[in-house]
Write a protein of this length. Structure first.
Length: 268
């Protein structure tokens, strides 16, 4: 059983929902990332999404764009991100790790070498924002062959027919983007999220994670009431960015936010 499947199975047995924080690897500098990942896991993160820095993160708003710029200023590459995963795995072999990013760095490395390298490093899932499943057959095949879950996005505008097609290609979990627009935009409409999650549940038995618009414990708890996983990105990355000049404080401050969300989700 994969780490992701085992994580959701355990949480389901406990009557709890997954908390999945996103950070950009190498932000604000490469030395922070692995200690930060350990701090997030200790604070209650069930799965960690590790963003691969990219020069044109088209789905992301200013907060994550700036995080990518900070990381790229230190020349953080896909190879460097995989090394961070390997380092994390020396002490933590249980927390699932999902790489989230864009297709270009994967294409440069090559689908087959990337899938094999990701699996060797200890990656459990890969989400390439700009690769729809209709065009992702080759990469998906290599990921599956190496025991890595291909994870795909669903949007508020995704039709019921396409929800079914996307879910057929996915494994691990599906990621529902709760807002129209880029990361960090707009305000969460929990009624609309509830309706869409019900539509997705009719098409798949995979766990459903909801991201975009989750800023604090209260919003995390509302989403946890209807989804299997709560994904938090911009709120966490914003806190990291505010402490870019005091990187030693980042693990504790980021962990405090995740611990607040974990408590709120468990008390719902």
């Amino acid at each position: 059983m994969s780490r992701i499947a085992a994580c959701f199975q355990r949480l389901h047995a406990e009557g709890r929902k997954a908390l999945i924080p996103y950070i950009t690897a190498g932000d604000p500098n490469p030395a922070v990332s692995v200690p930060l990942m350990h701090a997030l896991a200790a604070a209650g993160a069930d799965i960690i999404e590790l963003g691969v820095p990219f020069s044109d993160p088209m789905a992301d708003g200013p907060v994550i764009q700036q995080a990518c710029e900070r990381a790229l200023a230190h020349h953080v590459s896909l190879h460097g991100v995989l090394e961070m995963v390997r380092t994390f795995r020396r002490e933590n072999d249980t927390t699932p790790l999902v790489l989230m990013g864009y297709l270009n760095p994967v294409e440069v490395m090559g689908y087959e070498p990337f899938a094999a390298a990701a699996a060797r490093a200890g990656v459990d899932g890969v989400l390439t924002v700009d690769l729809p499943p209709e065009e992702g057959g080759e990469l998906v095949a290599h990921l599956r062959r190496n025991g890595v879950d291909p994870i795909f996005l669903l949007a508020p505008t995704t039709s019921e027919e396409r929800v079914k097609r996307v879910c057929e290609s996915a494994s691990g979990f599906v990621y529902y983007v709760s807002l129209k627009g880029v990361t960090g935009a707009a305000t969460l409409d929990i009624a609309a999220v509830t309706d869409k999650v019900q539509t997705i549940r009719a098409a798949t038995t995979l766990p459903i994670g909801v991201g975009f618009g989750i800023r604090d414990g209260a919003s995390a708890a509302r989403v946890a009431a209807v989804a299997d996983a709560v994904i938090v990105g911009s709120a966490l990355v914003s806190k990291i960015g505010a402490l870019a000049d005091a990187p030693d404080k980042i693990p504790a401050e980021a962990a405090a936010l995740i611990a607040e969300m974990r408590r709120a989700m468990d008390e719902k």
